[in-house]
Ligand binder design. Structure first.
Ligand code: ADP
Ligand code: ADP
Ligand code: MG
Length: 636
């Protein structure tokens, strides 16, 4: 058995691997770059070795540095996580030479599957259904156009060495093929140092469904069911789930059998993932195989009850699989949300900064519902420009899919992150999307549901009532508290009106009257003197001042509303709505109408960079006159 494991990775996946290693009594060694000196994975591991500058190409990607770190610390095995060196056959070979166990498949399997053209050929030989297309490298745009014509439009041009959604182009006509061929080729060259591209049929409105496989060094391969990852933005996964709401037992069996056949064809001996796209009629086609632990592996762990890292460590140390295919059962439903440091309201531009506040929702297993967080950051940490912007994976598990979605919705509502922008508001909106809730999805889902990008929702309907009630109740609690201050000057008790006018941004006012001293409290909204019908809302909670999340029930329904104090009110976050709310007495509201509005400063003479980046070129110099629309600089 492995005694000491070096984790050649960073962030959430390094932490996740360390956790299992610790549970199994295996010593752990972290490696870290200069930018990660204070990262969580460094503190979690028993030992840590510095491996160079922030840039991955000078640290996490340098095989020699990783191997000497292992030798220096006496680690007998290396887990590569995902990304970085995880699918690098040369690394696996170098470890073999150095007498260190590579926690992953044999180098031949990595090589065979690392290339999309080669792996498709292998799949076809193993009788696995592949996307109709041309199984060869395409050299010229003319050849590309001819082949695309044979396949039939639309087609997809892909980089053979591709990954992470890079180097892919869809073409609906011969002009688009010629153009897509050139851009796919150049992107492939710059991203992967390999400009080989090929063409296959573009399957319209497909679903992305992948099969988790597990093999050992004794020729056993089983599959652990599927994950559906159709919710993607620009071919990159955003939400994943297990099982797929689309598959029936028969299709699952057939896909599982093909995935196992393909794995056996390359003597696959670790955890791996066989990706398929599935059309509307449940025809499925092999896309590629990822020869590593996948980002979204937790959903499989929750529905199978297995620890995939543990399985990988066992088979890497030569043990035979302890489970047979018939022992694998899928129970319940699991959903994963990828939390990224990016601004959804500004077309998902990257965002970086300090984690001024990082308060995940309550993580627990209760009544068959589990909330799990895989992360590599903590409050006070920093999100830098150097690595992947994914900061955490929030996973929920429940007996049914809809319960898992509802739990995810609440957990996202309660997840407090301050210091930079992130995609939680976008994910929170997704959890309330009817098509998603119904499982009526495809890889085009985000493009179809958000054709003009994501605009943050404004308070409306039920959400507006909840927000107005919570804001008015917090004001009410604060008023009551002030009235209880001791040592106040003696006098007749003063009766104040309990009517408040709550402004939910943009001049939207709602009249709210909260009654009662303790929870549960009742609020009356609208009615008298307003153009809204009267309605009452009952609120129950244990919230008290200083708590970042107001958790409780509204008319019996569980809610989590984030609270940040601002002048004259609170800034609330709920269901993806983020709004500063001010609470006024009627008299104040009357005055408000005649108050001057603070004008925004004129920033037209300032250039503010919309995202963290590198200035590639500067087109102007100090003192120069410029006009609107002129290029000032280029930022990457
Ligand atoms: P990568 O290595 O970048 O993950 P994949 O081949 O797995 O590349 O494709 C990524 C995504 O692109 C898939 O999940 C799917 O949404 C889409 N895609 C890939 N090939 C096709 C195709 N032939 N037709 C339709 N969509 C495709
Ligand atoms: P509460 O504890 O009820 O919130 P406040 O001191 O905030 O009491 O007063 C509530 C409102 O009552 C104020 O916003 C103001 O409009 C009005 N108010 C309070 N004290 C006076 C006062 N001395 N003269 C006139 N209006 C007052
Ligand atoms: Mg893929």
């Amino acid at each position: 058995m492995i005694k000491k494991l070096l984790i050649a990775n960073r962030g959430e996946i390094a932490c996740r691997i360390i956790r299992t290693a610790k549970r199994l009594g295996i010593e752990t060694v972290a490696v870290y770059s200069e930018a990660d000196r204070d990262a969580l994975h460094v503190y979690m591991a028993d030992e840590a070795v510095a491996i160079g500058p922030a840039a991955a190409a000078q640290s996490y990607l340098v095989m020699d540095k990783i191997i000497s770190a292992a030798k220096e610390t006496g680690a007998d095995a290396i887990h590569p996580g995902y990304g970085f060196l995880s699918e690098n056959a040369a690394f696996a070979k170098a470890l073999k030479k150095a007498g260190i166990i590579f926690v992953g498949p044999n180098p031949k399997a990595i090589e065979a599957m690392g290339d999309k053209i080669e792996s498709k050929k292998l799949a076809a030989d193993a009788k696995v259904s592949t996307v109709p297309g041309h199984l060869g490298v395409i050299k010229t745009p003319q050849e590309a156009v001819r082949i695309a014509g044979d396949i039939g439009y639309p087609v997809m041009i892909k980089a053979s060495a591709g990954g992470g959604g890079k180097g892919m182009r869809i073409a609906y006509s011969s002009d688009e093929v010629a153009e897509g061929f050139a851009s796919s080729q150049s992107e492939a060259k710059s991203s992967f140092g390999d400009d080989r591209v090929f063409i296959e049929k573009f399957i319209e409105e497909p679903r992305h469904i992948e099969i988790q496989v597990l093999g050992d060094k004794h020729g056993n391969v089983i599959h652990l069911g599927e994950r559906e990852c159709s919710i993607q933005r620009r071919n990159q996964k955003v939400l994943e789930e297990a099982p797929s709401p689309f598959l029936d037992a028969m299709t699952r069996e057939a896909m599982g059998a093909e995935a196992v056949a393909l794995s056996k064809a390359v003597n696959y001996d670790s955890a791996g993932t066989v990706e398929f796209i599935v059309d509307k009629d449940k025809n499925f086609y092999f896309l590629e195989m990822n020869t590593r632990l996948q980002v979204e592996h937790p959903v499989t762990e929750l529905v199978t009850g297995l620890d995939l890292v543990e399985q990988m460590l066992n088979v890497a140390s030569g043990k035979a699989l302890s489970i047979k295919q018939k022992d694998v059962t899928l129970t319940g439903s699991a959903i994963e949300s990828r939390i990224y440091a990016e601004d959804p309201a500004r077309n998902f531009l990257p965002s970086t900064g300090r984690l001024v506040r990082f308060r995940p929702p309550k993580l627990s297993t209760e009544n068959g519902i589990t909330t799990r967080l895989d992360t590599g950051v903590e409050e006070g940490g920093e999100i830098s420009v150097y690595y992947d912007p994914m900061i955490a994976k929030l996973v929920t598990y429940a007996p049914t899919r809809i319960e898992a979605i509802d739990e995810m919705g609440r957990a996202l509502d309660a997840f407090t992150i301050d210091g930079f922008r992130h995609n939680i508001p976008f994910l929170a909106v997704l959890m309330r999307n009817e098509r998603w809730r119904d499982g009526d999805i495809s890889t085009k889902f985000i493009a179809e549901e958000f054709p003009d990008g994501f605009s943050p929702p404004v308070p409306e309907g039920r959400v507006r009532d909840v927000l107005a009630t919570v804001a008015a109740t917090i004001d009410h609690l604060s008023n009551n508290r002030r009235r209880m201050i001791t040592q106040q000057m003696y006098g007749e008790p003063v009766c104040f009106s309990e009517v408040r006018l709550v402004e939910l941004g943009g001049g939207d006012m709602v009249r709210v009257q909260v009654e009662g001293r303790d929870f549960p409290m009742t609020a009356t909204l609208g009615g008298e003197g307003t153009d809204e019908p009267e309605r009452t809302v009952t609120l129950d909670s244990n919230w008290w001042f200083g708590e970042p999340v107001f958790e409780g029930t509204v008319d019996g329904e569980l809610v989590a509303v984030q609270v940040r104090s601002i002048l004259n009110g609170v800034h609330l976050t709920y269901h993806g709505v983020e709004v500063p709310i001010r609470v006024f007495t009627e008299r104040e509201a009357n005055y408000l109408a005649v108050m001057p509005v603070k004008e925004k400063p004129d920033m037209s003479k300032f250039l503010l960079c919309p995202m963290p980046g590198l200035i590639v070129s500067l087109a102007v110099e100090e003192g120069q006159d410029v006009s609107a629309g002129e290029t000032l600089c280029v930022i990457e």
